[in-house]
Each structure stands twice: as C-alpha cells, then as structure tokens.
Design a binder for this molecule. Sequence first.
Ligand code: ADP
Ligand code: MG
Ligand code: MG
Length: 880
Amino acid sequence: MPKYVYDFTEGNKDLKDLLGGKGANLAEMTNLGLPVPPGFTITTDACRRFLEDGGLPEGLDEEISRHLTALEGRMGRRLGQADDPLLVSVRSGAKFSMPGMMETVLNIGLNDQSVHGLVKQAGGNERFAWDSYRRLIQMFGKTVQGIDGELFDEALEELKHGRDDLELEAADFQRLVETYKGIVREQTGQDFPADPHDQMRMAVMAVFESWNAPRAILYRRQERIPADLGTAVNVCSMVFGNCGMDSGTGVAFTRDPGSGHQGVYGDYLQNAQGEDVVAGIRNTMPLQDLERLDKPVYDELMKIMETLENHYRDLCDIEFTVERGKLWMLQTRVGKRTAGAAFRIAVQLADQGLIDLDEAVTRVSGAQLAQLMFPRFDGDAKTSKITTGMNASPGAAVGKAVFSSERAVELAAAGEDVILVRRETNPDDLAGMIAAQGVLTSRGGKTSHAAVVARGMGKTCVCGAEELEVSTKERRFTAPGGVVVSEGDVISIDGSSGAVYLGEVPVVPSPVVEYFEGATDQDDELVRAVHRIMTHADATRRLKVRANADNAEDAARARRFGAEGIGLCRTEHMFLGDRRQLVEDLVLASSKEERDQALAALEPLQKADFVEIFQAMAGLPVTIRLIDPPLHEFLPDYTELSVKVALAGDRAEEKDRRVLAAVKRLHEQNPMLGLRGVRLGLVIPGLFAMQVRAIAEAAKAVEGARAEIMIPLVGAVQELEYVKDEAQRILAEVGVEALVGTMIEVPRAALTAGQIAEAAEFFSFGTNDLTQMTWGFSRDDVEAAFFSKYLELGVFGVSPFESLDRDGVGRLVRIAAEEGRATRPDLKLGICGEHGGDPDSIHFCHQAGLDYVSCSPFRIPVARLEAGRAVLTSTDSDTR
Ligand code: ADP
Ligand code: MG
Ligand code: MG
C-alpha cells in the first residue's frame, strides 16, 4: 500500500508533486531547523484516489490516526482534549500555488467543552478562546459545509455594530458562537459537528473536493495548471496570533516582488489570525514597524528570511505568526513576482553569486519578456490623476470602469476594454479579473488577493487606493475633490507607479522594446538585466531564430530584434491593393496571350518587393513562399457582386458579368482544402514561373542576396518535382542560385517526408495548416464555435493552434524530420506557423532537432530567450 501520510520531518522541498508546494516547503523549513509548528501532510496521491473513487482510500484513516497520535504524543495533548486541547489547522496545498483558490480550516478541535480547556491553556484568556471557536464554525461552515459566507459576515457585522473587531469582548464572541451554530443548524439541518475527529475528517475531504471547485478549475485553466494533479492536505498544530497585542500574524517577501530590490516588504497585523492580514479587516502595519513592537521577534524574522533566500536562492514569500512573543513560520515558497522583477532578481542573484547565468536564464520566461514589451503610459501626456494606490502589478491599462465581475465579463465579451474596480477582490472575482485589462481596488496591500492574483496573471493592478470610495451597489466610485466615476467612464491605471487617471492616457513603447530597437543608453536597470539575460540566452541556444515578414519594414525590424533570416515571406500580400486589378485580369484571361500579359504586368512589381526585402536582410537567408491562398480570395465578394449585377439588369457591365462568372466557377465548399498552394502552380500555367523569375531577378540585383524558394501545400513528391524542375530552369536562365524546398503542412507530406526530401532542399513546418488538417479543425470556425467547451472538458489544456500539440502534430513533425534527414542528411528544418513564437512549442522544436523557428518580428526576442532556455531546462512544463 502506498504511503499516504508524511510527517513534516519526512518531506523536503523537492517532493512538491507528492506533498504539494506548501507541504514540501513546510518540511524543508522543519528540516532547516526553523520554528514550524509540528504536523503532517496527506499526499496528492491520496487526493487523486479520493477524487477517482469518491471516498477516502483504504488504509488512509488508520495512517492519519497513527500520525495524529504521534503528533499528540509530541505536543502532550490530544486533539480536542476537553481540559487541554490540541488544535490543528487543515490546509490545502497543491503543487502549484493557487492563491485563495482552495480551502483551509483553522482551530479544529474546539467544541463546547474544549473551548474551556483552551481558556485555561491561554491563562484565562476567554476572549481569545471564544474568538477562536467562532472562527472555527465560520470557516468550517463556509468551506466544509458549503454555507454562504455572507451569512456569517453579516452576523459579525451586526454584532460589531460599528465597533472595531478589537473592541469586541469575550461575551460578544460567545454570543457569536451561538449565532453561528444557529446558522449551521438552519442551513444544513444538523448541528455543528462537536467531535474533533469528525471535524478533521470532514475538513480533509473538503480540501480534497475543493480541487474541483469551479473557481479552482477556472484558475487552473487560466494558469495552464494540469487538472489531474490533485491537492495535498496539511494538518498543522495551531499557533495563535489572536491571543493579545503581543501576538499577531503577517506576510512578507524577502525582496520587493515589484522591483526586485532588497529590503523589508510585508504586512503585519496585531492580535489577529490567519487570513485577517490579507482580508483587510483592519489596516495592517508595514512590517518595519514590528521592529519597534518586538525587536527580538523582528530580528529573528530577518535572519530567517536571509536563511530562506540563501537556501532557496530566490525571492521567497512567507507567512508567519507571533504567539505571545514567539515567532512561528507557517509557510514559504518561491514567490511570484512581476516580469520586470524576475529579470532584475535573476541578474541580482547571479551578481551575488547565488546562481550562475545559466540558471538566471531559466529563472525568467518568454511570457515575462513579452509582458515587458508592452507599451506604457506616455510620461509627457497631459493627464488628470485622481489618486495613487499601490503599484501591485505593472503595465498600463485603459478601459471603462466596471464594478462587478459579471459586468466585466459581459462588456469584455462585447469587445470593450474594461477596468475592474472593487473595494477588494476575492476568489469569486476571478472571471472578471481575467476579462479585464486591469484591476483597481481601494483596499488591501501588495499581498492582497487582487495583487497576488493579478501578478500571477501578468495583469495590470493598482491596489489599496484608499482615497477612493467604491460603491459596488451604485456602480461608481468617488475620488478626492468630488470626482465621480460611474460605470462606463474611461479610466487609466498605471500598475508600475500606482497612479489612477481619469480618461484615456496615451501609451508609449516600453524601454525594453527601445533597447531591442537598438537604443544604446542602458541606464535603466531593467534594460541592463534584459541585456545580460538575452546575451547569455543567445550564446547558449542552438536553434536559430527567423522572422515571418512580408515587407522591408518588418524585415528591418526583425533584424534589429535579432532575426537571423526570414523564415516565411508571404507573397499574397503583394497581390492586394491596386494590384487586385492585375490579378483579376489573370483570372479572367481567356487566352494564353491575355494571361501572359497579366503575368508580365505583375512580375516587375513582385521583383521590386523582393529587392527591398533582400536589401533589408543584407545577405541573411530569405524564405519566400509562392502564392498560397485560393485565387477567389482576390476577387470581389460573390453575394455583393451578384446583387450588383442583378440590380443593373440589362445594363450590367460586361466585365462585371465575367467576373461574377469567374467567382462562381472558383467558388469552393472548403477553400482551405481546395485549389490553393502548389495546386495553383500546377493548374495555372505561368503563375509560379512568374514568381520564381521575379525572385531570381531580384536576387541577382541585390549583392549577396540568399533566396530560398518555398512551395506550399505539397502532399506528394510529384507535385514538388514538377514545380522544382521549372524553378531550377528559370534560376539557371537568370543565373542565380537558390534553394528550393517545401512546406510540410499536409499530413501526407509528413508521412512521405522521406520521398519528398528527394526533391526538397529544406522543410518548413507550416504548423497552422498541419494542425488544421491533423485534427480536422477548420480554424476559423472551431475556435469560436466550440473550443471553449473543449477547454472546459479538458479535451486539451490549451488550444492546439496556440501551443503545438506534441502528441499528434508533434509526432508528425518528428517523423518528417527523421525521415527527411534519412534521405538528405543536410536537410534544413524550420517551423513557420504561429507556434514558432510560442514558448512551449519552441522547446519542442529544440528537442525535435529543428534548425530554426520563425515567428513574427515582435516575438523574436521571446523566441531567442526560449531557445536558450530550451537548452538549459530538460522538463517540458517549465515554460509555464
Ligand atoms: P493559503 O493557501 O490560502 O495561504 P493557508 O493554509 O496558508 O492558506 O492558511 C491561511 C492562513 O491561516 C495562514 O497564512 C496562517 O496565517 C493561518 N494558519 C494556517 N495554519 C495555521 C496554524 N497551524 N496556526 C496558525 N495559523 C495558521
Ligand atoms: Mg498561506
Ligand atoms: Mg499553410
């Protein structure tokens, strides 16, 4: 039978899969000799079994009992013992942190008898004991029994009657216990469970079940956390921050998660327990003030934070409690941080010698880099700032103010940019936070729910803007000076400075983009950090990075961003605009002469386009794809034209009639699977020849030009041979050399890659089409029609158009790469679908042995970084 329960002394930080992050790190701290209240962890394995079987796995009850008995022995008191009770917390903790998503119940073991024992234990402190008891019923009722938390909150508010919670007395809490018990009875039809063992068992099961709560599912989908991991449960002996002003509870970071700077960052709340500090019940004090309150505890905490940072070699965040002058550590983990802080911290740690540059590169991600490339607010713009809150998560967000999660989702679905404004957020606001451009709260610090979750999502957030009076009911807030912002009014929030502006503030490019664009001044600390990381990633990576670019401007930008060539130059854009007429002439041509005339008119235009691109790329390879889309895409819309012709009746122009006939003739049921790509080349005489000639002439005209001619949509080597022969004849005529290769985007091409490589000098995987055809998904239809359902059902965790499907599409890529190279060992391999800029897909390309990835110019820095990371990390899940 598997071992389902681990004492804190048995685990360590590397057992996150099994013990969850919280459990693994509690064990790690225990073994470091830090003051952690004793306890044990029930594994994720047990959770998975529970969720599958719908009940606790066999033997778990006994195993828990054994560990509980050991814990009781150690603590010298039994769970819920009437005269001297041991109390425990039952805490969720999954492999990846999911702030506030799952459940925790404190003070388990209290009932009408043991509450008196607790009074005695606490030297007669009645207030503390009854406060703890009412908290138990409240948390248990809400999370284990599923009672609406508002009911408890309302009862508490009523009892307070405007008083601060510190003003409440023992008798108040004792009354509250009775009220709460009444709520439980009313809502569940049963009494609050008095048996401490029942309490614990029920709480354990509730934590397991919370893994599949709707908000947890939504969060996992957003964060791409696999749905089948399960959560561990930690049973931890209680320590109490709510037994007087010499006690309290707090949260802290070892560095500023916004900037990465070293210092003391945290919040502390006296005489409080658990979530009080993040829930905003009272204003917290900055952690620095603890030095004044209790210097020995403060000094010890500082020492522990240093120990943790040196041990984890990274920014850590911690949760701690002080019980009558004694410090207890309740949690630590490598802390979430903003994208900018990630780069700065990685370089700072490397400079401190805690990590090397290889590791520094693995500590940042392409997603973070992409975030740093977002524009910011224009510092010179005329703005009207209405207040400043805390800079919780950077970025510049502009949108209409909305005051509920539902409204945010609604307006966002209608295409509006919105800013979600709340007094404070809670896990039920998650959908609205995802939908919004940014989040603004009037309460809570940098460790509040809004701040933590927004940072995790990379969403702009300003929190704790205390000057704002937010009225959710009236859907508006007021700012100093009588400014009123109602739902729908546009506001701008700056997550880097905390500023809140009325109206739309213009945005400017980020300094990181300006650095990539070639700006030389590097006095920005962030830019210097990005430079160090990128330099090392470039030195490390094996994959080359090319750009998808169709014009000289994009090509030039791509080069500045570090592109080592163009992997995909589409030629169809060169058929648009005022050249449409020429394409129309081509389609309508009724004789060879007419057709040749149309082609002859197009050729110099194409040549001029290519010349510019070759010039921009200055000798770097340029892969040009011959025309791919169906020709009717260049003709007028069928319905519009038929209406026009019908309305004109007899007076309809001859030409319109001919175009209409052509549109009709070319109409296809499934254009994606119709007359396009290489098929056009075989069916329309002279079309590909014209393009090849234009490429050849352009290459001849530009010194050092390196053309690679790419044939789209090939499924059989015969198609390619036909086109290639013609192309090589033309190249010879013009007197230039160029590689001729093909896209691999039809499954048959991948499966016959060994044959195709006889003719192809390179392969470029067109993974957009390859994904469409492998899955049989019409991309333009399925994404809107049912992908959200598929994601919900977990058919896939992420759209296969976004991130390459390794098992299916990836398998075809591997087959083609292997069999193609078996035929032609020096076969050049690249990828030019949208996946070329997706971190996880880039790692796949590295592993599959491709030579390069090609992506849009703006993704190039991301691709360079991820190509470097791919060398340094062996697991596949690390790009999250
Ligand atoms: P989360 O995963 O939401 O952070 P936790 O399991 O960390 O939930 O519990 C929330 C808070 O409850 C902790 O920050 C801590 O303050 C408090 N807490 C949990 N266990 C104990 C304990 N054994 N003694 C005292 N406080 C506890
Ligand atoms: Mg916690
Ligand atoms: Mg294609």
